[in-house]
Design a protein around this ligand. Structure first.
Ligand code: SF4
Length: 453
């Protein structure tokens, strides 16, 4: 049997062939390949970097779908459907919008693929595959396998993506992770992750632990960090800010090679944080105290903010920008609040009649950065413009110099060497992404629905 796995891009303008800039390995594709029996031959195509050979013979196409890539995924599925090849979809969007996804896929796998994917493949090969397969979330991740051989010949950044845990038990109302994982969190066995890191260490200059929230189970994360101190690697991850008040934990993170963390600050307004169920971010002196601790331990910050919350006005952008520059963030993101389907935020905005584009991810008029709902204090366009402006100012030459030549960002020769290239790439991305259509704008034809949709 021949399986084709496709990683869809977000979108493409007319005349633009591929977005080639700084792509990371798509770990979900390697996970799916790792779950596939060895007698199935696998081809993998990354739509962000290469043309998909739609006419190459295959028996089944698998696409992991996120909300931002849904439209492109449905276009790709239509191309294969024209050629009589069935398509199976899974991932976040397929789980949070299964009925929509089922219109464009012969089969849909919701939830975690770990058990559902092998069951589906067995049924598919026996000619009895159902429309839906539901994978349980929050189950053991023992013996998880990732087949990275599918990346061969593709030029990804030399960053090894490794999953040490999955899910998060917080309930921030805008977050699709808590909706998908139903607030469960599972860590992989330490010995298995350590083995995987050892295998990857030769090719990777830095590891990215892609966990949704690395510190959800701090006691188990501690056990992992102790083992990590023996491996002499550099790593970064994503975590919630509560762990930044645990100085012993931060010291161990630093000792084990942590170079930086991505933290979702979201807002500096306590009312907003409480309103979105992120009041825990205000604990023990809040962000300023947390930042002092992180800086003291030499942990650099990729901070993210979201705007368009009910309390947000133009001053919110100024405050966030000032905070990010004052604390010498290595990089930062200034994004609008996004109503992902299936989240409490989406339901709230829908109930309040504030969604201007209820299916924004499929709307032909939607463009990247557009705000598809009515914020309370600003117009959607003003939120968009302020986000873009905040990015431009954060990545301005003056800001880069102030942040780059700071004690925290010069504290690691490795991170300092990459500071300016990374910041310049982010600066260039601002205009590349602003106004990007979702889906391939040059694609012609109707989205073809699957039989029995
Ligand atoms: S802490 Fe982070 S991952 Fe967890 S629910 Fe909140 S935003 Fe999502």
């Amino acid at each position: 049997m021949r399986l084709t796995i496709v990683h869809p891009c977000i979108g493409r303008r007319v005349g633009q062939r591929y977005i080639r800039s700084w792509q990371m390995e798509p770990l979900p594709a390697a996970r799916l390949a790792g779950l596939t029996p060895p007698d199935v031959s696998i081809s993998f195509h990354d739509d962000r970097m290469e043309r998909i050979p739609f006419d190459a013979p295959c028996d089944l196409v698998a696409i992991s779908v996120e909300t931002y890539t849904a439209k492109r995924a449905y276009q790709i599925a239509s191309e294969y459907r024209k050629r009589g090849v069935p398509v199976v979809m899974g991932g976040f969007h397929a789980t949070l919008c299964p009925r929509e996804t089922a219109r464009y896929a012969e089969h849909v796998v919701t939830g975690d693929a770990d058990e559902a994917w092998p069951e589906f493949l067995d049924d598919f090969r026996a000619g009895r595959a159902r429309k839906f397969y539901h994978g349980a979330v929050g189950k053991s991740l023992s013996h998880a396998r990732y087949d990275r051989s599918i990346y061969a010949g593709k030029r990804y950044l030399p960053i090894a993506l490794v999953e040490t845990a999955r899910g998060c038990n917080r309930k921030c109302d805008f977050c699709a992770i808590q909706s998908f994982f139903r607030r469960t969190h599972v860590r992989r066995p330490v010995a298995e992750v350590v083995d995987e890191i050892r295998q990857q260490a030769r090719r990777a200059r830095v590891f990215f632990f892609v966990d949704d929230n690395f510190v959800t189970d701090r006691a188990r994360a501690w056990e992992f960090l102790v083992e990590l101190t023996k491996l002499n690697i550099r790593w970064i991850t994503q975590m919630s800010i509560d762990a930044a008040h645990d100085e012993d934990f931060l010291a161990l993170m630093a000792r084990s090679g942590c170079e930086g963390v991505l933290i979702g600050f979201e807002s500096l307004d306590p009312r907003t944080l409480r309103g979105v169920n992120k009041g825990f971010a205000l604990m023990k002196g809040g962000y300023d105290a947390a930042m002092k601790n992180l800086t003291r331990h030499g942990i650099r910050i990729y901070g993210t903010f979201i705007f368009g919350n009910d309390e947000d006005g133009p001053e919110s952008f100024e405050a966030a920008l000032d905070f990010a520059i004052r604390h010498r963030f290595y990089v930062a993101a200034f994004n609008h609040l996004t109503p992902f389907p299936g989240t409490p935020l989406y339901e709230r905005l829908r109930r309040e009649g504030r969604l201007t584009m209820p299916s924004w991810w499929l709307d032909d008029d939607y463009r990247y950065n557009m705000v598809p709902f009515r914020p309370r204090r600003m117009t959607p366009e003003a939120v968009r413009a302020h986000c873009v402006n905040a990015r431009k100012r954060f990545y301005s030459p003056v800001s880069m110099i102030r942040r780059g030549f700071s004690r925290i960002n010069m504290g690691s020769a490795f991170m300092f060497r990459h500071f300016f290239p990374i910041n310049i790439m982010h600066r260039l991305e601002i205009s590349v992404r602003d106004g990007l259509p979702l889906g391939d704008a040059a694609w012609r034809g109707e989205l073809l629905e699957a039989d029995g949709a």
